[in-house]
Design a protein around this ligand. Structure first.
Ligand code: PRP
Length: 185
């Protein structure tokens, strides 16, 4: 009932998400096993908050988290190309091993902006972990170090991803019915 009725189909189930997020945790453990100082995981709000929260519970090595809020979509379904920092990091990342944690990379514009911005701050290393990649929509080439799932060019919601600020709490990644976003984007 409710929000689930607006979902055409489940693309990535809760079980698949949990299994893949656990694997990504182990990859992060292996990647940063010898890192000093400990890596800093940067959650790109709002979409990545659920992914980060689940991910860090599978990361056993010492690490810190920080948050950045970026706006690129407004309430529509297309990237506007306008990227703004709504909330900046608390931490100075100079000399730090930084891992950007994103929910989805679509056109690549948001991530391109974030990586260019963070690079100017002098991190020791800068990597990207994206839960979802919609490669078919890429307009800007952005290297992704760790990817959870490749997704088709459909409107996906759930597990942190929204449409007009709704559907973030769905425990799976689902495809939104077209009639829901038509006329509202
Ligand atoms: C989404 C997503 C990425 C960005 C990806 O954020 O979290 O940051 O769009 O799109 P792009 O590759 O085309 O730039 P959104 O602006 O929807 O904000 P939210 O995370 O607060 O929901």
């Amino acid at each position: 009932m409710g929000l689930r009725d607006d979902v055409e189909r489940v693309l990535i189930s809760e079980e698949m998400l949990h299994a893949r997020v656990a694997e990504l945790g182990r990859v992060i453990d292996a990647t940063y096993a010898a890192a000093a100082p400990p890596p800093l995981l940067i959650c790109v709000l709002k979409g990545a908050f659920i992914f980060l929260a689940d991910l860090v519970r599978h990361v056993e090595i010492p690490h810190e988290v920080d948050f950045m809020e970026i706006s690129s979509y407004g309430s529509g379904t297309e990237s506007s190309g306008v990227v703004r920092i709504l909330l900046d990091l608390e931490q100075n990342i100079e000399g730090r091993h930084v891992l950007i944690v994103e929910d989805i990379v679509d056109s690549g514009r948001t991530l391109d902006y974030i990586t260019r911005n963070l690079r100017t701050r002098g991190p020791a290393t800068l990597r990207v972990c994206a839960l979802l990649s919609k490669s078919s929509r890429r307009e800007v080439e952005v290297p992704l170090d760790f990817v959870g799932f490749e997704v088709p060019d459909e409107f996906v919601v759930g597990y942190g991803l929204d449409f007009a600020e709704e559907y973030r709490q769905l425990p799976f990644i689902g495809v939104l019915k077209q009639e829901v976003y038509r006329g509202r984007s």
